[in-house]
Unconditional design. Structure first.
Length: 106
């Protein structure tokens, strides 16, 4: 069985580079790892809600599930708010019956 793709969603005011030590470790152990930059970080004008963050997370996850990979997604702090919304319809329980790849949220 192939290893899942791992997505890392940072909290507010942070970027994927905050996960660099973890990203490097996982990459060295054969995982595909992608940090997801949030649309709301440093946006000008500020985002009125977290919809743009949900969209960027969902599209990044779908890129891997559409290629046949399972996905594990790790949220930090605020990243869990748009992240859990982005996972709607992508969870293993939602997709297995349709024969599609799945997402595990932690």
């Amino acid at each position: 069985m192939s290893k899942p793709a791992i997505h890392l969603v940072p909290g507010a005011w942070h970027g994927p580079s905050n996960f660099s030590p973890l990203t490097n470790y996982l990459t060295q152990h054969g995982y595909t790892v992608e940090g997801i930059p949030l649309a709301s970080v440093d946006s000008s004008p500020p985002q009125p809600n977290f919809d743009a963050d949900v969209q960027v997370i969902a599209s990044t996850i779908s890129k891997h599930t559409d290629q046949g990979s399972d996905v594990v997604i790790l949220f930090h702090s605020y990243g869990g708010i748009p992240g859990t919304s982005a996972c709607k319809g992508l969870l293993k329980s939602d997709r297995e019956s349709a024969g599609k790849r799945a997402v595990s949220c932690t």
